[in-house]
Ligand binder design. Structure first.
Ligand code: ATP
Ligand code: ATP
Ligand code: MG
Ligand code: MG
Ligand code: MG
Ligand code: MG
Length: 180
């Protein structure tokens, strides 16, 4: 990043806003429990509605509203909770795809720790509660990795799309294509 500032690559920063959710729009963030069908079986949830689990989810949602003043409203059902953020919120600089990046940054740290001899459990413990900047710092000081320099495909993923190509064809007066 330092190299990029005031260099001919400065213009790259303009592209960062591409990922931004438009201003003056309310944002909905929905979180759905992963593999809760199995999770609820393993923890003997009362079926189909375990009240304790629902109350725990509700308590978590209350904590979210206390922690993030920009959340205006939350709605939960089953293993999911949706949070509505005020249209003025600048949370995560209104980035739409911050989560993909966060995941890969976590995984990069996690596997570096494991490759350096920690068990998966120890690595998980070490990373618990860390912020993005902590992980950046850990990667740099412990492993000499500048996260910003990792391939974009790792950090942001890949896109596949169809593009228009221009092709000139010759037609006769009746509109039939002429062979080259
Ligand atoms: P995925 O990882 O794709 O989200 P999933 O297993 O979490 O899959 P969902 O479609 O999200 O499946 O459905 C959540 C499941 O979790 C429900 O079908 C139900 O079996 C279970 N579940 C969630 N909350 C409760 C609850 N309070 N009491 C009982 N079961 C629950
Ligand atoms: P689910 O069945 O709910 O999708 P999952 O085990 O597939 O669960 P995901 O959350 O989808 O888990 O994450 C995919 C996981 O697969 C990553 O966490 C990573 O461990 C692994 N993975 C995917 N692609 C690669 C890759 N190119 N190189 C190394 N590991 C990868
Ligand atoms: Mg689920
Ligand atoms: Mg998967
Ligand atoms: Mg669900
Ligand atoms: Mg996946």
């Amino acid at each position: 990043l330092l190299e990029m500032a005031n260099s001919k690559y400065e213009y790259v920063k303009k592209f960062e806003v591409e990922d931004k959710l438009p201003p003056c729009n309310w944002v909905i963030l929905r979180i759905d429990g992963c593999h809760f069908h199995r999770f609820s079986a393993v923890h003997d949830f009362e079926k189909p509605n375990d009240v304790n689990a629902l109350m725990l989810m509700n308590s978590c949602a209350v904590a979210m509203l206390e922690h993030f003043p920009d959340i205006a409203f939350a709605y939960g059902v089953s293993d999911e909770y949706s949070f509505i953020w005020k249209e003025t919120s600048q949370f995560y600089q209104r980035r739409a795809s911050a989560l993909g990046h966060i995941n890969n940054q976590y995984n990069t740290c996690f596997w570096k720790l494991v490759q350096s001899g920690k068990s998966e459990k120890e690595a998980q413990e070490l990373l618990k509660g860390t912020l993005a900047k902590d992980k950046n710092e850990m990667l740099f000081t412990q492993f000499g990795i500048n996260y910003d320099k990792l391939p974009a495909m790792f950090k942001k993923g890949s896109c596949v799309y169809k593009d228009h190509v221009e092709e000139t064809v010759k037609i006769d007066e009746a509109g039939n294509q002429l062979k080259e």
